[in-house]
Design a protein around this ligand. Structure first.
Ligand code: ADP
Length: 494
C-alpha cells in the first residue's frame, strides 16, 4: 500500500489515478498530521510526501517517521515545488530509502521510482522476517543446548553419587564414561577391571560382543580390588539405551555383592552342618520308636499304640524336613546326585499316589486321568517320586476344603507331562512365576499354611537335571494345576 500525502485534493487525485492504473494500492492523507495517524495504524510500502503543506510540512513529517522504529524504514519520495528544497531533503532523515521529484510530476519518472522503492521495501521486509526467524531459531537452539547441558550434568552427578561402579559404552563397544568408583578397580578409564582367572571375563566379552546383543545383560562377576588385591563378587548389569529403535549407548553398573555372597555361603554351610547334626539323633529316635512299636505289638495297650503312631508321624515329618534342608545344601554345593536308570514311569506315579493315600491325609480322593506311560524312561525314580509327592502334598495342603485331586498325564512331543490339579485357594497371577524360587511363599497364604518355601525349588532343580520343564496354571479361589515334564529322548540317553 502506498500513501500519498498532499494538502491539495487535485494533486492527490491525479497521482492516485496514475498509480492505481498501474495496479498499486493507494491510500491518501490531506495533511502531515493525518498521514502520521495513518502510518501508526497501518503498514505502508512507500510514502509520497508533499513538502509544502500548511501545519506540519513534509520535512517535519519525515523527521517524525524517522523517530519511530516501526516507521523509520518506510521509503519516502518528497514532492518539492522547486530545486531549492533539495538541500533540506536529507536533513534529519537519513535512514530508509529517500528520493525527491520536482513538480510538475513526470508520470514516467514517478512510476519508475515508485516501482523501485516498493520492491526495495518488499525485499527489506522479507529480509527482516528471515532475520527474525533466524534469531528465534538461534535462541531456541541455545536454550535447548543449555537444557541438554544441565540434564547431562544432572545425570553425571547421579552416576557419581551411586554407591555402585557406573559406566557407559557407545554402540561400538568403547567406554565413554566411568564414575569415580571405577578407579577402585581400574587405574584408567579404558582399562577394564581384572576378572577372576577362573571366570570368563564378562566385561571384555560384553565390549567385544555388544554390537550383536539386543537386550539387557545380568551376570555375576568377580573383579580385583586395587587396594586390597582381593577379588570381590559383583553383579554386572548392562542395559541398552535406544534411539529410534537402534541401540546408541549402553549403561552399566557393577554392584558389590561380596558381603551378601559370604553371608549366603555361611548360611548354606550352617544349613548343611545343622541338617547333618539333626539327622543323627533323629535316626536314633526313629529306631527307638520302631523298637517300642514292636514291643507294644504283643500288648493290648491301645493308647500307647496311638501315641507311638503319632510319634512316628511326627518323626517322619521331621525326617522329610531335614531331607529337604539337606537337598538345599546339596543343590548349593552342586552335589545333588541324580541316579538315572530306565524306569517304569507308570509304576513311579502309582507309587507316589499310594504313598500319599496311605499316609492318611483325611478323605482325599486322587483321580488319575490321561495317557498311560508304557515306554521306559531314563530318570531317577526316587527323585521323580519326590517331585510328585511334593506336588500332591501341596495340592492337599493348599486345598483344605476340597476332597479331590486329579493327576493328569499326557504324552506329547516325546515328553511325558504329569500335572496335579487341585481345587483349592489358587495363586495370584503375578506370584505364579515365583513359586519355584528358593524360600518363596505366597504372602496371602503363608500365615495360614505351614511351610519353608523350599519344596518346589528342590522339585525345579530335580526336573532341570532331567532336562524337563515345569510350570503352573492357577486361578485364585478355583485351584491350581502344577505340572512337570520329562523328555524321553534326553541327550545322554544311550
Ligand atoms: P511350602 O513349604 O511353603 O509349601 P513350596 O516350595 O512347596 O513351599 O511352595 C511354595 C509356595 O507356593 C507355597 O508357599 C505356596 O504359597 C505356593 N503353592 C505351592 N503349591 C500350591 C498349590 N497347590 N496351591 C496354592 N499355592 C501353592
Amino acid at each position: 500500500m502506498i500513501l500519498i500525502v498532499d494538502d491539495k485534493k487535485e494533486n492527490i487525485y491525479s497521482l492516485k489515478t496514475l498509480l492505481e492504473s498501474k495496479n498499486f494500492a493507494v491510500d491518501t492523507a490531506l495533511s502531515g498530521e493525518e498521514a502520521l495517524r495513518k502510518v501508526l495504524k497501518r503498514n505502508y510500502a512507500l510514502i509520497i510526501l508533499d513538502v509544502q503543506m500548511p501545519g506540519m510540512d513534509g520535512f517535519e513529517v519525515a523527521e517524525t517517521l524517522a523517530g519511530y522504529s516501526r516507521t523509520k524504514d518506510i521509503p519516502v519520495i518528497f514532492l518539492s515545488a522547486n530545486n531549492t528544497d533539495k538541500q533540506f531533503i536529507t536533513k534529519g532523515y537519513d535512514s530508509g530509502g529517500i528520493d525527491y521529484i520536482t513538480k510538475p510530476v513526470d508520470p514516467e519518472i514517478l512510476l519508475l521510482k515508485v516501482r523501485t522503492f516498493s520492491r526495495l521495501y518488499e525485499q527489506t521486509q522479507s529480509l527482516n522476517e528471515t532475520q527474525l526467524k533466524l534469531q528465534l531459531e538461534i535462541e531456541s537452539r541455545k536454550k535447548a543446548q543449555e537444557e541438554l547441558k544441565i540434564q547431562i550434568e544432572h545425570l553425571r552427578s547421579i552416576m557419581e553419587s551411586l554407591p555402585q561402579i557406573a559406566f557407559s559404552v557407545d554402540e561400538k563397544g568403547e567406554i565413554t564414561y566411568v564414575n569415580h568408583n571405577w578407579f577402585n578397580y581400574s587405574l584408567h578409564t579404558h582399562t577394564l577391571p581384572i576378572s577372576h582367572p577362573d571366570e570368563t571375563d564378562q566385561l571384555s566379552y560384553f565390549l567385544t560382543h555388544c554390537k550383536e546383543l539386543d537386550g539387557p545383560l545380568e551376570r555375576e562377576v568377580r573383579i580385583k580390588d586395587i587396594k586390597s588385591q582381593q577379588f570381590r563378587h559383583h553383579l554386572l548389569r548392562i542395559i541398552p539405551i535406544r534411539e529410534n529403535d537402534k541401540i546408541c549407548n549402553w549403561i552399566g553398573t557393577l554392584t558389590d555383592i561380596n558381603d551378601q555372597k559370604l553371608i549366603e555361603s555361611k548360611k548354606d554351610e550352617f544349613l548343611s552342618i545343622a541338617s547333618h547334626e539333626l539327622k543323627t539323633p533323629l535316626t536314633g529316635i526313629k529306631a527307638y520308636v520302631q523298637l517300642l512299636e514292636r514291643l507294644l505289638a504283643k500288648q493290648e495297650n491301645i493308647t500307647a499304640k496311638t501315641y507311638i503312631e503319632r510319634a512316628k508321624d511326627e518323626v517322619n515329618k521331621l525326617e522329610s524336613l531335614i531331607a529337604d534342608l539337606l537337598d538345599i545344601s546339596k543343590i548349593e554345593n552342586g552335589q545333588m546326585k541324580i541316579n538315572k536308570q530306565e524306569i517304569d514311569l507308570e509304576k513311579t506315579i502309582n507309587h507316589a499316589i499310594e504313598t500319599i493315600q496311605e499316609s492318611g491325609y483325611g478323605n482325599i480322593r486322587i483321580e488319575r486321568h490321561g495317557d498311560i506311560f508304557d515306554k521306559p524312561l531314563l530318570a531317577d525314580p526316587l527323585r521323580v517320586e519326590q517331585v510328585l509327592v511334593n506336588y500332591l502334598t501341596n495340592a492337599i495342603k493348599y486345598a483344605p476344603d476340597s476332597d479331590k485331586i486329579v493327576v493328569k498325564t499326557s504324552f506329547k512331543d516325546s515328553q511325558a507331562c504329569i500335572a496335579v490339579q487341585d481345587f483349592g485357594i489358587g495363586i495370584p497371577p503375578e506370584k505364579q512365576k515365583h513359586i519355584f524360587s528358593k524360600f518363596y511363599r505366597v504372602e496371602e497364604s503363608s500365615l495360614k499354611f505351614q511351610g519353608l518355601g523350599i519344596g518346589l525349588y528342590i522339585c525345579a532343580e530335580i526336573i532341570k537335571q532331567h532336562q524337563g520343564n515345569y510350570g503352573v496354571d492357577s486361578k485364585v479361589g478355583e485351584g491350581s494345576t502344577i505340572y512337570f515334564t520329562l523328555p524321553y529322548n534326553q541327550k545322554n540317553y544311550a
